[in-house]
Design a protein around this ligand. Structure first.
Ligand code: NAP
Length: 493
């Protein structure tokens, strides 16, 4: 069971007494008094702190080196820590760097408080550094604790991976990812095996990214539907508001996380960790869609046809990969093109989305040509689907005429160069343009098409439709596509 600890960062004894009352009323199991926030403290202050709270309390004097406010010289700190240990606090948090000697000394003393042996990394550390610190902390304390700043969710998933393994080994520990990218470690504290989940009173964070007590409780106690988008980057995406609106409409308590995981941090283990944290499903985006095929136990026919996965679900231990872009693209173009035998279609890009576009356009009977900045990539895709490939440079010629053009590159997307990927000579009146990019809503390609008074559509409808299908796979419920569309539109404003 994971207990909720309310961290109190008050500057006065009366503040501590009041906040402790509120914290227990809100459902905290114990409070942590951050003594380093009290300024200069002596024995009389310790008596007052102890008397201010009747319920179980952790006393912490976080040092400056570990991100706290106490910068006492070594001898003074050591003296004060020894005092704290004798004051009847149920639990005391000591640092495995600063307080190692004391920890070694008191570990086996009878009648001592419970000891949390902790280490706080102010910047991301490697997996082996965190593992060895946690091993040391578990050896020195009754509970070992490591907190580390996360710069992306790859770091948080690394902590979760370590947590799952320590939990299997029966260790009592706490692992926390600090900062907004550590959120995952807070909401999945129980699944990771953390003995304690640190929370705060509203607006009084003791560490960046801490949840307030009611929110932390909700994640620990409710059956949550946890979903997410795994990619790099993911900040342009509006999948979060879109799926969260669908969850709300379907009356499912849950959340959709943006999981920014760089390629160097991505492996099959990433998916195993998400499965073991009881994620219900994951969307996969640029640049991981194709790599993900090899990480799945089962790939459905849509994923095999496209050679890319954009939707992961878990069937017991099995990791199942699907591709809902195929469905999304079919819905995007539905009713917008009258296909004839010689409808000429150009697909720009040779990644996962391009594969979906080529497949659907070919099924509709179009004569498809693929182009990409690297011709061998375009040729590879074209050979697989038995269509044509040509270089981007060769498109600057009078014989290059297309009825339908689909941009399947990220060019024009928020955060990428604001460049129209479609050669200007190809945009003519009557050409129908689809830009799979949807953020910004009016992309450079769509703007160029409008200038030439030809029809152009962004990728928003594809996003909604592929998302709706993923949602059905994960929850078994038919989402309200209009609710998803509106939420995505609002987020794009
Ligand atoms: P992907 O598998 O990584 O493929 C991207 C393709 O674009 C590759 O051919 C890549 O070429 C090319 N590319 C990347 N950067 C480029 C640049 N600066 N200039 C020219 N070409 C570049 O990605 P994807 O999953 O196919 O996605 C492609 C785009 O479609 C993304 O913007 C994505 O957000 C969008 N998309 C939208 C939806 C939707 O629902 N609306 C669904 C899927 C995808 P290299 O191989 O040379 O890198």
């Amino acid at each position: 069971m994971t207990l909720i600890v309310a961290s109190l960062v008050e500057r006065s004894i009366s503040g501590i007494a009041n906040s402790a009352k509120v914290a227990f009323k809100q459902g905290a199991d114990l409070v942590e008094v951050r003594l380093d926030y009290l300024g200069k403290i002596d024995t009389s202050k310790l008596v007052d702190v102890k008397n201010a709270i009747a319920e179980p309390t952790i006393a912490t004097l976080r040092s400056w080196n570990e991100g706290g406010h106490s910068n006492l010289p070594e001898q003074e700190r050591s003296y004060l820590i020894r005092e704290i240990l004798t004051f009847g606090f149920e639990c005391v948090d000591l640092e495995i760097t600063t307080d190692k000697t004391i920890l070694e000394e008191v570990k086996w003393m009878s009648g001592k408080p419970q000891l949390i042996a902790s280490r706080h990394f102010q910047k991301p550390a490697s997996m082996s550094e965190v593992e060895s610190s946690l091993t040391e902390a578990c050896r020195l304390g009754d509970i070992g604790k490591v907190a580390m700043r996360c710069d992306h969710e790859g770091h948080a998933l690394m902590l979760a991976d370590i947590g799952l393994r320590f939990s299997q080994a029966g260790e009592r520990f706490v692992l926390i990812g600090t900062g907004p990218h550590g959120f995952l470690t807070r909401i999945c504290a129980h699944e990771m095996g953390s003995a304690l989940a640190y929370a705060c009173l509203d607006g009084k964070e003791a560490a960046p990214g801490q949840l307030n007590i009611p929110a932390q409780m909700e994640y620990l106690e409710k059956q949550m539907t946890i979903l997410g988008l795994l990619g790099h980057p993911v900040s342009h995406s509006v999948s979060k508001p879109m799926h969260e609106a669908a969850l709300k409409r379907a009356r499912l308590a849950g959340t959709y996380l943006q999981l920014d995981v760089p390629e160097s941090c991505y492996s099959r283990r990433t998916l195993e960790v998400l499965r073991d944290l009881r994620f219900k499903g994951i969307n996969v985006t640029i640049p991981h869609k194709q790599t993900t095929v090899g990480f799945c136990d089962e790939a459905t026919s849509s994923a095999r046809v496209i050679g890319a996965v954009n939707t992961i679900s878990f069937n017991g231990e099995k990791i199942v990969g699907e591709n809902t872009d195929l469905f999304g693209f079919s819905k995007l173009i539905e009713g917008k093109i009258r296909f004839k035998r010689k409808t000429a279609a150009l697909v720009i890009g040779a990644g996962g989305a391009a594969r979906a576009a080529v497949h659907v356009l070919k099924l509709k009977g179009a004569a498809v040509t693929v182009t990409a900045r690297r011709l061998p990539q375009a040729q590879g895709l074209a050979d697989e689907d038995k269509v044509k490939a040509r270089s981007i440079e060769s498109l600057d010629s009078p014989d290059a005429r297309y009825d339908v053009i689909v941009n399947c590159t990220p060019l024009g997307m928020k955060g990428m160069p604001a460049k129209n990927p479609i050669p200007g000579n190809l945009i003519r009146r009557g050409t129908v343009i689809f830009d799979l990019v949807y953020n910004p809503p009016v992309t450079p390609a769509v703007r160029a098409a409008k200038r030439k008074r030809t029809r152009a559509y962004s990728g928003l409808e594809m996003l909604v439709q592929q998302g709706a299908k993923s949602f059905r796979i994960w929850t078994g419920k038919n989402p309200d596509a209009a609710v998803m569309r509106n939420a995505a539109r609002r987020a794009l404003r």
